[in-house]
Design a protein around this ligand. Sequence first.
Ligand code: ARG
Length: 570
Amino acid sequence: MQLFKDQVAKALAESIEALAGSAVLTAEDVSAMLEYPPDPAMGDLALPCFRLSKTLRRSPVQIAAQLSEQVSCPCVARIAAVNGYLNFYLSDDVLCDTVVGEILAKGEKYGAPTVGVGKEVVLDYSSPNLAKPFHIGHLGTTVIGHSLRKLHEFAGYHCTGINYVGDWGTQFGKLIVAYKKWGDREVVEQGGVDALVDLYVRINNAVAEDPALADEARAEFLKMEQGDEENLALWKWLVEKSIKANDEIYRQLGITFDSYKGESAYTDLMPAQVQKLRDMGLLKIDDGASIVDLEAYGMPPCLILKRDGSSLYPTRDIAAAVDRYDMYHYDKSIYVTSAGQSLHFKQWFKVVEMMGYPWADRLVHVPYGTVSINGAKLATRTGNVILLRDLFGAAIEKVSDIMEEKSPNMPNKAEVAEAVGVGAIVFYYLSNNRIRDINFIMEDALSFDGNTGPYVQYTYARTCSVLAKSCGKVTEGGMKVTAPEESALVKTLARFPEEVLSALESYEPSIITRYILDVAADYNRFYHNCPILTAEDEDVIRTRVRLTEAAKTVLGNAFELICLKKLEKI
Ligand code: ARG
């Protein structure tokens, strides 16, 4: 749409100049004034003329009337002056030719902004605390983070995805106690994630009964911090097992990371930052702990060192940010976590600014809302969690059952069931504004009716099947729009580049998800109301097949941005 907006703005600027007797506004000024009317009956673009009253010293109604006589632009079919608004109706044929032509020419690149070319982005996402179950609470950071990565890559940024695993902390002390008490190497080797979750839940229940066990866990962790070889060997093995346990989820989602440099990697890099804070006079001692006072910024102090001298979460984040800048020279460094951590990020972002790091304003925190399941809050400690593995498993099973019934002879059933099942969950999750809290209702997520992942994947497969059947039936020539469903679809397809930019600017994958639903709705309406291959006229067949190809391209490009797999057949 931007292209047409620019053309209309240029024509308008010329006419305005003629009316005013001098060049009063540039085409860019006018473009910024143009609006998309909420109702298509009011045209495709509108100029609210009251904005020009002052400059032209005329009433909006007069301006609209005069401009409607003068403006001419090849892409505009009709102009109407209504109540001080100038409404532009774009020419369906020109629009269709231009938009579809551009989509087919650009293919996988259609809609890709160029804002990121030559720039470096680091994204910290997923980043689960290891030795704990990988559960539904991690879905947000994992899929929002990955989608933001895809959006940035699409815009030309070079991206580095970091899984900053929580591989250090008292949870390992607990796990070591549990392992020493009840663990068995074979069981953990064989049982993988289940064995670890069992141990984790068991020790937490035991700690609740017997608080002395918590001291034991702290002692085991302290031994780790002091370099105890036996515990460190055990820790290393448990970390490897936990990372491996999550691999399958990442594979199902199609996610890979460039780095797994986790919290434990920063033990050696923290002291230099603490020293810098001390040298700058930013560190205060408060009840034995070292803090940075942030009262002047309306925030509680940022804790740097505990009373016993051990480091904290913000200290590690500061050291990691410095290290990442040294490694990647990022233009932007993005952190995706639950909104519960917003204060933490505000605090240490401020601290690095106070430390004078020139990249402090390149840090971005992207928060998202909490998840509850069927109304119940999550608690990893007691085992009241839904593991991502089980959630994905349930979805895949349901899809398999349906496929067994509907298409028992499909060759790659397992692969399709996985893509549709996992896609359903991802789509459900990314349908919400990220900051909204989600009450995850399993039934809804797995529903195959309505605005769901399976529905849009099915629509994509539908475009593929039309195209497969169209082979040899399409002749050379131009496009001719004959139905309102066609022009509605073209206009929706034309919006894609702007939707991508707005998703990128607001770090909001749900803009893409909702846009996909618009394309799917328009394509299905078109498909049901307009015969494609059986249309009478060659021009009409050609137009409809090309439109189908354009819809397939746009849906495919949009799927890529939200980790949804493209299936030719369902
Ligand atoms: N491991 C943390 C958690 O599970 C999230 C880490 C987010 N990234 C960061 N750099 N702090 O809560």
